[in-house]
Design a protein. Structure first.
Length: 316
């Protein structure tokens, strides 16, 4: 029997989707990629394959899950299987540099960013922002990894020389201009099937680690979901959100064969939009969704079911 295969490395982030698949009575298989192998001489099973691999897997003890997933996706694509968020999506997931390049290709403005390897080069890159606020972040990130705000080069020098310096798992540190939102919030636009579903406003006043999932690790210090929530309204779905940027976002996703994603932007005091993240392993905040009556994982499950139905028609 053909089914939906959910490729991932985090059960807590996937259980909501699996529950929705069960509600819709869709056949599925849970494919946890924490370790394993790929027999390249064999053929994959028939079905729809949805990858939910994330860039932050190494923070949960799965250092090589993205690399193994890359091998799996290449194998699936070689055999012409239907893959949702395949190899190209994973490439963007693990590289913010690649995200920014693809955004700029479609006319989407991103913050000024310099990628650097090695402390000497990182310090030199930061000098380009002298006199201005700037942030660092990991190139292979997720959940706000490596994001630090600096007001001066002295503070940055102290950070680089201190024990608190945290290098990206791929060795690439990004130094980026800080876009200050006058109201301390960012907007995350959710897409399913490559089409806009809803936008959520996220309060950033308490920090940068803004995981929307209901199951966050204790390291997600600023994740306002579940029992850790200090401000119930931190995530608010924006009713009737509409903006010309959405058309550009959809073009970015289409150009990279990304079907399911969350794209984040912030606005400066002049209302200028700067886009800084494409998350192809998008999660949703249940509290915000319950208030609005819009459910991301239900949209995803329905979409996967539609794709499976198309496959059944083609195979008959």
């Amino acid at each position: 029997m053909r089914k939906i295969y959910v490729i991932h490395k985090n059960n807590e982030w996937t259980e909501h989707l699996l529950k929705r698949l069960e509600e819709l009575q869709l056949p599925y298989e849970d494919w946890l990629v924490d370790k394993g192998n790929v027999d390249l001489s064999s053929a994959p099973p028939e079905g729809i394959f949805y990858s939910r691999m994330s860039a932050s897997s190494h923070t949960r003890g799965h250092r090589y899950s993205p690399e193994l997933t890359s091998s799996i996706l290449a194998w699936l694509e070689q055999h012409d299987r239907i893959v949702i968020n395949g190899s190209r999506a994973l490439q963007l997931e693990v590289s913010k540099v690649l995200q920014y390049v693809e955004l700029e290709k479609q006319g989407v403005q991103t913050p000024k960013t310099i990628a650097a390897v090695g402390k000497e080069k990182i310090l030199k890159a930061a000098q380009s922002f002298a006199g201005k606020k700037f942030i660092t972040k990991h190139n292979r990130a997720g959940k706000g990894l490596g994001v630090q705000l600096f007001n001066s080069m002295d503070a940055f020098q102290e950070y680089i020389d201190g024990e608190g310096f945290n290098e990206s798992v791929d060795g690439i540190t990004l130094i980026q201009e800080y876009i200050e939102s006058p109201d301390s919030f960012i907007t995350r636009c959710e897409f399913v099937g490559g089409k806009f579903v809803y936008a959520v406003r996220v309060d950033t006043s308490e920090g940068f680690e803004l995981c929307p999932a209901d199951a966050c690790t204790i390291d997600d210090l600023f994740c306002s979901v579940g029992e850790h929530s200090s401000t119930p309204s931190k995530f608010q779905i924006q009713e009737n959100f509409d903006h010309p940027i959405l058309e550009k976002y959809e073009r970015v996703l289409a150009a990279n064969n990304i079907k399911i994603a969350g794209i984040e932007f912030t606005q400066d005091k002049n209302g200028e939009i700067y886009t800084y993240d494409i998350n192809t392993n998008t999660n949703y905040n249940s509290e915000a969704e319950a208030i609005s009556g819009k459910y991301g994982m239900l949209e995803v499950a329905n979409y996967l079911g539609e794709e499976l139905s198309k496959l059944e028609v083609v195979k008959i």
